[in-house]
Write a protein that binds this ligand. Structure first.
Ligand SMILES: C[S@@+](CC[C@H](N)C(=O)[O-])C[C@H]1O[C@@H](n2cnc3c(N)ncnc32)[C@H](O)[C@@H]1O
Length: 260
């Protein structure tokens, strides 16, 4: 399945059920961005911006004269992003990680939030190097199911593996990739575990917003997939109907060398 159609199908559930990034993570990214000595007006590019969750949080936290431009290839995701609105320093455009808009250059930061595992990494890194100003920062953010500490996350991972087969992507080792990346220096990482209290409906909605749920729905049908997930959710819920669900949030970054 092409990534455009995969994400066209997911857009509404994604906008509704995916979490915001923790303020602590946004604070770290804002600190990295504000630490770049870029010319005034140099924007931030958020690649694979989807429904705009991360780009919107960044734009809200950065100074109002610092623009955040979300680059997103899937039209349905861009439509959700436009519909959700945001501050005036936030914009979205069509484009892909491997071919960022040709007229964009001299940006202070390139970010990719829970998106870079879909990219052709060498081509994305080459594009990031092209568009970043000297000293500019490349930041990869992501959240992954905390399968080691959260039974609810582990149960979902198991269900998707059993019913949906292998994932459509292999998650890169970003720490290793950025540490050895030509044209970049000063790599760093940051991690935080967050637990959410979900209703059974939210657990099902979150599960179905995963790209890995597409083959499950194709095989079982929407109704049976929902019922199977709801049954898992009811088993995991406490007496009040709440499920403790864990995500691990991670950041990886490196700075474009001054010499370019
Ligand atoms: C899991 S969503 C993340 C969206 C958003 N960054 C967030 O944090 O909520 C991944 C997004 O990456 C986009 N994507 C997939 N392949 C891409 C590529 N090659 N270039 C740019 N975006 C891509 C998808 O269309 C999707 O909107």
């Amino acid at each position: 399945m092409a990534h455009e159609s995969r994400f066209e199908a997911n857009a509404e559930g994604y906008a509704r059920f995916r979490p915001r990034y923790p303020d602590s993570l946004i604070d770290v990214v804002v600190g990295l961005i504000e630490g770049v000595a870029a010319p005034a007006g140099a924007p931030v590019l958020d690649v694979g911006s989807g429904t705009g969750i991360f780009a919107r949080q960044l734009a809200e936290r950065l100074p109002a004269d610092l623009r955040v431009i979300g680059v997103e290839p899937a039209r349905a995701m861009r439509e959700q992003a436009f519909a959700a609105g945001g501050p005036p320093n936030l914009a979205f455009c069509d484009g892909a990680a491997e071919a960022l808009p040709a007229d964009i250059a001299g940006v202070r930061a390139v970010t990719a939030a829970t998106a870079a595992h879909w990219f052709d990494a060498p081509r994305f890194f080459a594009e990031a190097e092209r568009v970043l100003c000297p000293g500019g920062v490349l930041v990869i953010a992501e959240y992954v199911r905390a399968v080691e500490t959260s039974p609810a996350a582990r149960a979902l991972e198991q269900f998707l593996a059993e019913e949906g087969g292998p994932k459509a992507y292999v998650r890169p080792d970003y720490a290793e990739a950025l540490a050895g990346l030509a044209g970049f220096a000063d790599p760093g990482i940051w991690t935080e575990d967050v637990e959410y209290a979900l209703s059974v409906d939210a657990y099902v909605g979150l599960a179905l917003s995963s790209s890995h749920a597409r083959p499950v729905v194709a095989r079982l049908g929407q109704g049976a997939a929902e019922e199977a997930l709801a049954a898992i959710g009811r088993r995991l819920a406490d007496a009040g109907g709440t499920i403790a669900y864990g995500y691990r949030f991670q950041l990886f970054w490196a700075h474009r060398t001054e010499s370019g």
